[in-house]
Every structure is written in C-alpha cells, then in structure tokens.
Design a protein around this ligand. Sequence first.
Ligand SMILES: Cc1cc2nc3c(=O)[nH]c(=O)nc-3n(C[C@H](O)[C@H](O)[C@H](O)COP(=O)(O)OP(=O)(O)OC[C@H]3O[C@@H](n4cnc5c(N)ncnc54)[C@H](O)[C@@H]3O)c2cc1C
Length: 261
Amino acid sequence: MSLRIVVCVKYVPDATGDRHFAEDLTTDRDAVDGLLSELDEYAVEQALQIADAADDAEITVLTVGPEDAKDALRKALSMGAHKAIHVEDDALHGTDVFGTSLVLAKAVEHAGFDLVVCGMASTDGTMGVLPAILAERLGVPQVTQLSEVSVADGKVTGRRDGDAASEQLEASLPALISVTDQSGEARYPSFKGIMAAKKKPVESLDLSDLDIDEATVGLAGSWSTVDEATQRPARTAGTIVKDEGEGGKQLAAFLAEQKFI
Ligand SMILES: Cc1cc2nc3c(=O)[nH]c(=O)nc-3n(C[C@H](O)[C@H](O)[C@H](O)COP(=O)(O)OP(=O)(O)OC[C@H]3O[C@@H](n4cnc5c(N)ncnc54)[C@H](O)[C@@H]3O)c2cc1C
C-alpha cells in the first residue's frame, strides 16, 4: 500500500526584506515578499528521499497561509512533491501556533497520512514547537529534530544530535517527524520539475471545509497575544581597528571592555 507522506511547509516573509508589524501587532505580510521557509526545504527533501526508497509513496505538501502562500506549495511541487493542499480563510488572520496547529491537524487528517514531516522551525516565528503540538493533536508519536531519517517495516527511525550525545530514535507509523538543516541539502527544482509543477493538483480548503469554528482561530481565538512591538534602534557604526602592529592588542582590549573575554 502506498506510503502517504504529508509535508507541512510555511510561507514566510523574506528575511532579507524590510519586515514590519501591522497596526494590530501582527506581522505585516503584505509589506514584504514571501517564500518557502528555507528550513522547510529540508523537510521536502527528506520526504522525497523517503519516497524514493519506498516501493510506492505519495507526497502531499500542506500550507496554512494567505493567497500568496501558493508560491511555497509550487516550489515544493517543483522539487518533486505530488500534490498540495492550501488552507486559506480570512478568519485565519492573526492565528497563533495553537490555532495553526489545529488547522494543520484537520487538514492532515483530511489528506490521510502515514508520516507527517515538518521543518525544525520556521524562519519567521522560529518557535520550533508546532511539530510537537501537531503530533499531540493527531495523537501520534513525534520524533523531532532529526538529522538523519529512514522509513522501513512500518517504522520511522532517525538520529537526533545533541550537544553532548546523539540519540537513535524510532517510532511506529503513523508518526510525525521534524528534520534539521543537517539532514541533507535540499535539491534545486529542475526546469522539468518547474513545468510539471504547474499541472500538479492544489486543493484549496477553508475553515468550513475542515469543520473548524472561526472562534477557535484568528486573533480572537489565539491563546497568546502580542502586547507591544517596538522597532529596534538602527544599528550604529562599529569600531574600526586599524592594524599597524598593535591590532591584536587593541582587539583584545576592546573585547575585554565589552566583557566578551
Ligand atoms: C497568515 C498567517 C498569519 C499569522 N499571524 C500571526 C499572528 O498574528 N500572531 C501570531 O502569534 N502568529 C501568527 N502567525 C504565525 C503562526 O501562528 C505560526 O505559523 C505558528 O504559530 C507556527 O509557529 P512558528 O512559525 O514559530 O513555527 P515553528 O514551530 O517554528 O515551525 C516548525 C514547522 O512547523 C511547520 N509550520 C509552521 N507553520 C506552518 C504553517 N502555517 N503552514 C504549514 N506548516 C507550518 C513547518 O514545517 C515548520 O518548519 C501567522 C501565520 C500565518 C501563516
């Protein structure tokens, strides 16, 4: 039977752009271009490798986000995923991690799955907690922060590298994993892949399709609130140390003064 893999990918504001908060203290997503979170490219890559090693596998990429978030899905499809699900609804504006995980859980259940693959963190929120909450909502084991993954005999196994030790972990399917940026470079979409992606199916769903009550998402339904956001002061010019024989000493004195050494 086909191995059903769902990869959660997030459409994020480009970190090189000028990012702002909107008046309601949510991220102003219209003010800056977006892209597929780079860390989620590793999740797509691992799903492709797992699918390549399986006899028969189907990869669905899933995102919760605004209209433009389709771009993130197209990129994943052009890398080789088979189909996509886009959850978009005006009522989602301002949804926090708990609401987002609820919507993702319903959409993953709608797709049907044996394995859910997430990135280790988004490059905007960078909480890294969504995979754990999503696994809890789905009622399946979670094996997070993996730098090596394989699937065989109804189990997912992988290595998690910590500061002091590496752990070898295993979970029986259905399960959820998240993968790190050490798991293997993500492939570039080929021209053939980009052309093929244009024809791959993208299913659009809203809250009513997933039977989700609007009151449980959006700013009003969020468990966490942003109370205040202030612009960071502009960077000041750094200190330039000219090396005329005494550069090393000056550098050490500067670091000592800043209490770095
Ligand atoms: C349109 C939109 C508006 C938002 N507005 C707010 C807001 O006002 N206030 C607020 O607190 N948060 C808001 N968020 C952020 C949203 O709540 C976060 O996506 C969620 O909290 C996950 O946290 P994170 O971004 O830190 O992800 P992490 O926990 O760091 O993400 C880990 C992994 O989870 C998966 N993932 C995360 N988010 C998504 C997603 N949306 N779709 C698919 N996969 C995903 C990816 O695989 C990712 O690598 C908004 C998000 C979107 C898409």
